[in-house]
Design a protein around this ligand. Sequence first.
Ligand code: FDA
Length: 322
Amino acid sequence: MLKDVLLALSESSLGRRIATDAPFARSVARRFVAGETVEDALAAARALNEGGMHVSLDYLGESVNSAEKAHAAGATIGAVVSAIGREELDANVSVKLTQLGQDIDDTFLLEVVNPLLDAAAERDLFIRFDMESAEYTQQTLDFFVERWNEGRRNVGVVLQSYLYRTEEDVAKANRLGARVRLCKGAYKEPEEVAYPDKTDVDANFVRCMEALLTDGNYPGIATHDEAMIQATKRFARDHRIDRDRFEFQMLYGVRRDIQRQLVDEGYHLRIYVPFGEAWYPYFMRRMAERPANLLFVVDSIVRESPLGFLRGNGSRGRKPTA
Ligand code: FDA
């Protein structure tokens, strides 16, 4: 219920205006977002690399309807690609196609995306198309497969286990040899397209993970769910699948305890590092995934308000898991 409210708020422009104008909001969002500038993102990537983690940088933004804004986003992502190459970071890039003009049309989208794929290929870098809400699934997969059929191999896609169709999409991606990130899915979807119950989403995650580990091309298993992580480790061990054949992926600032543990155990782990000014919908989806995170927000508000003294100056506040 609360989850639904938070997901609805993530799409509300009024909610966005109120949150982004609030003075405390930026510092709260910093828990999940590396900062607003490219330099902030690069600094976070450097620190994670030093801790033995791979990175995927994500310039926040989605649902862009103006060509000018889509080109501007493309220019920032282009700068990120150059900087990764220049600084020899262990990082790739994730993009949302609606940020680059998917809602305008596919010809326009191609104009923005192709130079990014070229720039990335020159530097031997990989670009992943994030998956957005279900109304974009087919269009995104078609766009991906067209790039693949043009011979591009530095591009990958995301599949969400809450969708009924995903097991079939995993099989198709495996036949292509495409690189897939598997996640549960972060949007509010109707029962017609997505499993309403978590147990079904999780069971489908496990089925898809097993197919990807068996037949896939270096899949990214993206989850903070300890049961999913254990199932992946167990399957890999029982089927003698080498740790170099897949990676775990997790979000910046979420379950840092498990992040450290996976790296210490010798697994590949990639941290998805979002940055940019348009942090509101991303931040709200993180709240929806774990409404207990709201306690962290409320606590931050109290600490930064004139009432903060009630909690004492040294209060560290309640933080989300890890
Ligand atoms: P689940 O939501 O069941 O949570 C399991 C446990 O993880 C919780 O009990 C809690 O301990 C912890 N946890 C999860 N989320 C948390 C949070 N926000 N704060 C604190 N603790 C949290 N989705 C999408 O639709 N398209 C995409 O392209 C991507 N891309 C993507 C990349 C990467 C690297 C990751 C890790 C995730 C995505 N996602 C995504 C988001 C994904 O679909 C999903 O919404 C979240 O990962 C939460 O699902 P979990 O698998 O973590 O499990």
